[in-house]
Design a protein around this ligand. Structure first.
Ligand code: F6P
Length: 544
């Protein structure tokens, strides 16, 4: 059964949400606390070591119940079932969506055929490979062991693995890991500068093995090797992760050294597959499995928990509430750990490539909003950058605050300062600072009446800015797996509610096509047909 196909704006729950929104939009979060003395119990969920507090939202119990009705009326239950059971829910590409099978304990079938064996065999291949490289059994052209692994890929073949490798730096074993993604030659040049070709191994990750950026980078790196060694030795320095074995072979990588990717795993959800080979190299296979285990736990929670206690479902519904009713344009991701510095860019692809769609599942242009703009930076750095706008700007920016009870390193006093900021910021965003308090403060500082009158408006904080608190015990491979899977499911739920196809990405194609045309124009005397602005720019570029 494909996904349900329902216009969300035409169902009862949507109308009800609209009515609730109209009657409650002026109510503050603090008033909601006043109205419900047990709000922190009602709007808090503990799952394993994940503590999720969504009480600091512009959300009454009534609105929450109506959002749950929305999920039910949109038949989210069947959609979840369809996804996990391998139905062809990516209809525009005619594919099932089964990244969850990569971490599942259950038997999952596509067209009656089990994928478990494929997944397990690949895991064995990953494990053997990592063991060989780690132990020094895998040698470079001069007989030396590998010290550095370079992931060459882009988009889903880069962002997920890179984010996880960075996030789990504390757990790194002995191999150094690097990432080349941008086709900007400076990116390749800077990465190669610090590397020794004798001890460097490249993983070319490309599901299609046709991506311009990845192939250009891989070819450049191969030429770098060829300055030091011969063509027949190249096989000791390249492996591939791809669904396109033929193209990877053409590049010079033998079939033995090609790890599979499957069309039922979307690029931006592929870090759990062999696309995460760089992760396994960095943290070891055991920790890689723990990452999968964390994700699997979240999958079970998502599949089995009632919607009103289901963390990804609630996150998704809150996103819909702000996006479609409060007309918020974006949402911020603010992890209070430097290790998660790549989380926001990773979620940008996962979320915006998935839900940045303008037509519904019937191909009809939408008259309601879909995918939000996702952005963010780790706290406390972000406090000294964009928090001014979040506190006093004119835009509503719901934010996810992600933190950990215990630090990974010894500096407990740092962690206390970090987490004091975390809690203080969510408190400040919600409570704000009233005119009376500002006046009192200025009086106590000894300012005169005129000075107080002048300064007061600038020092008022309206508050009422919503946040979710996502708190784990510690950043571990397992908790990270849970966190990532939580966001994957949030994205899926939102796609179901917005009645769009989340798993295709046709919107990235046009630019790719035109880039090929422009590149051709660079090489030829006559520039082809373009609009006047682009034509002039190409001619200007060529004149240098
Ligand atoms: O940017 C579009 C996209 O197709 C992504 O979805 C994908 O993750 C990325 O390009 C890389 O594709 P490939 O793995 O085929 O090189």
């Amino acid at each position: 059964m494909p996904l349900p196909n329902i216009n969300p704006t035409e169902i009862k729950a949507w109308t009800k949400l609209n009515e609730i929104f109209q009657s409650e939009k002026k109510q503050s979060i603090l008033q909601h606390f006043e109205n419900d003395k047990h709000r922190t119990d009602h709007f808090c969920i503990q799952f394993e070591d994940l503590h999720f507090d969504f009480s600091k939202n512009r959300l009454s119990k009534k609105a929450f119940e109506a959002l749950i009705d929305l999920a039910n009326e949109m038949d989210l239950k069947s959609a979840i079932k369809a996804q996990f059971s391998g139905e062809v829910i990516n209809q525009t590409e005619n594919r099932p969506v089964l990244h969850t099978a990569l971490r599942s304990k259950d038997e999952v079938k596509i067209d009656g055929e089990s994928v478990k064996e494929l997944v397990e065999n690949t895991k064995i291949k990953i494990s053997n490979f990592v063991q060989k490289v780690e132990s020094g059994e895998w040698k470079g052209y001069s007989g030396k062991a590998i010290t550095d692994v370079v992931n060459i890929g882009i988009g889903g073949s880069d962002l997920g693995p890179q984010m996880v490798v960075e996030a789990l730096k504390h757990y790194h074993k002995k191999l150094n890991t690097h990432f080349i993604s941008n086709v900007d030659g400076d990116h390749v040049a800077e990465t190669l500068k610090g590397l020794n070709p004798e001890t460097t191994l490249c993983i070319v990750v490309s599901k299609s093995f046709t991506t311009q950026e990845t192939l250009t980078n891989a070819n450049t790196v191969r030429s770098w090797f060829l300055k030091h060694t011969t063509q027949d030795q190249i096989q000791h320095h390249f492996v591939a992760v791809s669904a396109n074995v033929e193209k990877a072979n053409e590049f010079g990588i033998s079939s033995d050294n090609i790890f599979p990717m499957w069309d039922w795993v979307g690029g931006r959800f592929s870090l759990w597959s062999a696309a995460g080979l760089s992760i396994a190299c960095a943290i070891g296979f055991k920790a890689f499995e723990e990452l999968l285990e964390g994700a699997q736990q979240m999958d079970e929670h998502f599949q089995n928990e009632d919607f009103d206690k289901n963390i990804p479902v609630i996150l998704a519904l809150l996103g819909v509430w702000y996006n479609n009713f409060y007309e918020a344009e974006s949402e911020a991701i603010v992890p209070y750990t430097q290790y998660l510095q790549k989380l926001a860019p990773y979620l940008q692809q996962a979320s915006m490539e998935s839900n940045g769609k303008g037509v519904d599942r019937n191909g009809k242009p939408l008259d309601y909003q879909t995918g939000t703009i996702v952005w963010g930076e780790p706290g406390t750095n972000s406090q000294h950058a964009f928090f001014q706008l979040m506190h006093q700007g004119t835009k509503l920016i719901p934010a996810d605050f992600i933190g950990f009870k215990s630090p990974l390193n010894d500096f407990k006093h740092h962690h206390d300062i970090l987490m004091a900021n975390f809690f203080a910021q969510t408190e400040a965003l919600m409570n704000g600072k009233s005119e009376d308090v500002v006046i009192q403060e200025l009086q106590s500082q000894g300012l005169n009446a005129e000075q107080i009158k002048e300064l007061t408006p600038f020092k008022i904080f309206d508050g009422n800015r919503p946040t979710n608190t996502i708190l784990f015990d510690q950043l571990t491979p397992k908790s990270l797996g849970m966190l990532i899977a939580m966001y994957e499911h949030k994205i899926f739920v939102q796609g179901v509610i917005w009645n769009i196809y989340s798993y295709d990405q046709w919107g990235v194609e046009l630019g790719k096509q035109l880039a090929k045309k422009v590149l051709k124009d660079f090489k030829e005397n006559e520039v082809g047909a373009h609009d006047a602005s682009t034509l002039k720019l190409i001619e200007y570029y060529k004149s240098i």
